[in-house]
Design a protein around this ligand. Sequence first.
Ligand SMILES: [Zn+2]
Length: 268
Amino acid sequence: MDNLEFTEDEIQRYARHITLPQVGGLGQRKLMNAKVLVIGAGGLGSPLLLYLAAAGVGNIGIIDDDKVELSNLQRQIIHKTNKIGSHKTDSAKETILSINPNINIMTYKERFSIFNAENIISQYDIVADGSDNFGTRFLANDTCFLTKKTLVSAAILRFEGQISTYSAYKDLNCCYRCLWPKPPPKGLIASCGEAGVFGALAGAIGSIQAIEVLKEVLGIGKSLNNFLLIFDTLSSEMRKVKIKKDNNCQLCGSKPTITSIKKHKDYS
Ligand SMILES: [Zn+2]
């Protein structure tokens, strides 16, 4: 049985959560015991990390090998101007601890790759992917499936964002590959650097990603498993599209061909 005793500081800090019947003291304790890995401390990772930390998620891992650049600051609100040139993991950690000093932050100043994916992910309960490239998205999906972790994956480009939750290791849920069997040919889909991205969109989708991670930890509401949420900022429309498990999926189908994380062209 978890210890439900909170300090006076914790009761005040988390009062608005504890008041919610769906969260309460038990839920707040779940958040404080949770271990969440965030891939990428960029546009999506910024609001995601800030809200997870503010909510009191007790153990947060951040993996990113980039340094803060001036062109990041239009949307990556966890980083400050005086952090240009610093590692994003260090900059993010400093901001997080200034908001909530009572949580454990693990930083990995390395690229998420086949060499560290399983080892790092296995130390967490839930993974939130806010990376900006297909290689990382496929690697996160495959590793989460094989290590039986829930993945909340999001992407943004120009004025549109998408987000879904993948727990394909249980309940016949679909995985990212059921939707996208393989990455698009290189150069077909522009990156944010090439095509641009509306800064506040990162705030909206990253915040939804935080909401879905918190719901998964708390076990409340309806998960985004088997649905893709698409937000188009220009038309102010949000659509929730049903997605189906692909029985021929290379990863989670009935005859999988991807059974371990090893060198694979989809991860590059
Ligand atoms: Zn699949």
